[in-house]
Design a binder for this molecule. Sequence first.
Ligand code: SAM
Length: 275
Amino acid sequence: MQPKPRKQLDRPNFYGVFGLTANPLRLVFMMGAVWRLAQNLATDKVQILEIGSWCGASALAWGEAIQLYFGGNGKISCVDAWQPYVDLEVDADDNNRRMDAALRNDEPFDIFRQNIQFLPATVEIEILRGWSQDILPALPDAHYDLVYIDGDHTYAGVLSDINNSTGLLRDGGILCGDDLEMQAHQCDLSVLDAQPNVDRYYDQHLDAHYHPGVTKAVAETFGAVSAWSGFWAMEKSGQGWDRVSLKGMPPRIPGHIPAQSLLGLKALLMENDML
Ligand SMILES: C[S@@+](CC[C@H](N)C(=O)[O-])C[C@H]1O[C@@H](n2cnc3c(N)ncnc32)[C@H](O)[C@@H]1O
């Protein structure tokens, strides 16, 4: 039997489990980081490396920012294994189970390829399918203007991605990532040591969910970092790192935010005096 022709969508598919895994407010700050690069860097073609792409929500935000701040002149290299990666023995929450089942059917990779068709026409995309710990060491040194880490959220995974990324960044480039809801100085350090392999953790005392692996790996590498609603970023400066300022950043809402998230996002921007 011939395979059914794929239905051509008129907008990207971020429904259900394929949807935005992160708080959409973070996408606004991610676009702000590209705005910051455009203020600082004398480059006409911006190079972004993304570790962890899922169905393309973050890649589309990078693409829209490249269109806005670099006139569409840029490339996004997406590293993702699109293979089951969460240890369900450690982390069996509903979301992880649904993501794991989707990955076993190879659906997220299919949807990612459909969704990236909505990138601006001039923005280049490179798909590097595989585990970041295998792919990153083979990428060119001092080549990328921004590296975004949103793959394996265990302590060992985040630390390996940070360590393998620092040499790939140009001086003045931005190293950033997702899921830093809590910095080490804001939480119980014994939890960070006790839960290194957990993806997401609920802390009863704080009544908050966060990712202890991200918190621990980021704190050990940089200390306190600049962060906005879980998106963190640091700027490479010679052998060291500076915090990033997004003061004055235009609050752009990416066009692919699904309608069901849009009202909440506008309310958050108003609460933060950004609209
Ligand atoms: C939280 S999702 C990324 C979400 C995406 N950045 C977005 O905003 O839509 C994490 C992704 O990282 C990938 N991943 C996890 N561990 C990885 C690893 N070690 N190497 C490459 N990809 C990995 C998973 O396949 C998954 O697609």
